[in-house]
Design a protein around this ligand. Sequence first.
Ligand code: FEO
Length: 399
Amino acid sequence: MYCTRKLTEDIYWIGGSDRRLSRFENIFPIPRGVSYNSYVILDEKTVLLDTVDYSVSRQFIKNLEHTLKGRTLDYIVINHMEPDHCAVIGDILMRYPQATVIGNAKTFNMIDQFYENMQYKKMTVAEGDTISIGKHSLRFIMAPMVHWPETMVTFEESSGILFSADAFGTFGALDGIIFADEVDFDRDWLDDARRYYTNIVGKYGVQVQALLKKASALNIKMLAPLHGPVWRKDIEYILDKYNKWSTYEPEDKAIMIAYASMYGNTENMVNALACMLAEDGINNIRIYDISGTDVSTLISEAFRVSHIVLACPTYNGNMYPVMESFIGDMKALNLQNRTVALMDNGTWAATASGKMAAALEAMKNISILDKRFSVKSALKTSQAEELEAFKDAIKASME
Ligand code: FEO
């Protein structure tokens, strides 16, 4: 049976949720699943905005047929060509061969890349082009590299809905809800929204800023992304998050301690540091064992906090391999404007801090504290004063 929600009297969500997929893009764990959003506008002409992933295609086609109620489909707008949204274009065109596909020049290049010999009617649009479909009209706004080159967004002028492609999306299946104000977003969704943004779009802050600037000129009443809830209230909340994330400004004055430990001695070192910080009134601390935490969570946290403590053993004369991977991901995703403190451990020779510093120096606007902390094999009580001084340096950097 169909499963749809109304955004307005004549604009519908017709997507679906996948709770079976374990990893989005075969990389990112999604224990709460993911939704693939698609929308229909009914007017003198009928319009489908994006399709869905193949996994929810049966539900999607039922939803589309129910919503059209026997009418034909006039237009298919393709805002984004990644297969979690474009997988069903061919199936839809087989059912509605008279539909005109609307996209930009890059969209059609990608359709040719993903599909073989597909015959269909096309309408190529460019920045600012509009079409009227009756009382609704659609304006097309290019959003290159948010997060693919062909990405565009579509603004429906009469309702003020911005169909925003992946922008403002989040991991998480929709449990019947469709609006962000139907859930406790801050409590239940924000972490997944941040993890989605930072890992998938995080590298492209400049391009997100360009889109936010274009969006600020529109009278937006609703943000309708391709994943997760639709925003119709408190839109400033999510715009503010996007502004911080895309300018690489921390959300919270907080410390993330990311450590790797082979036998528990490096773990003891970071626990002792955390106790000293908390004893001194700094309580906004989270500790992560990076060997057991998915790197997408580590990246999300690194975007959230102002301060990062990295601690690991020396391994084959280098930093511990998972630390190298974490720092590599931070660099790949363009993380900036953070203060980092370094701790290492070495039974033969402690060289990990130097290696971590060299890797961090290749990133933009990362401030590495001069004071570092190192142990040989295991932390001893005789180093308590030295650890206090290291804690004091972190505290001073937060003031
Ligand atoms: Fe949800 Fe970039 O695809």
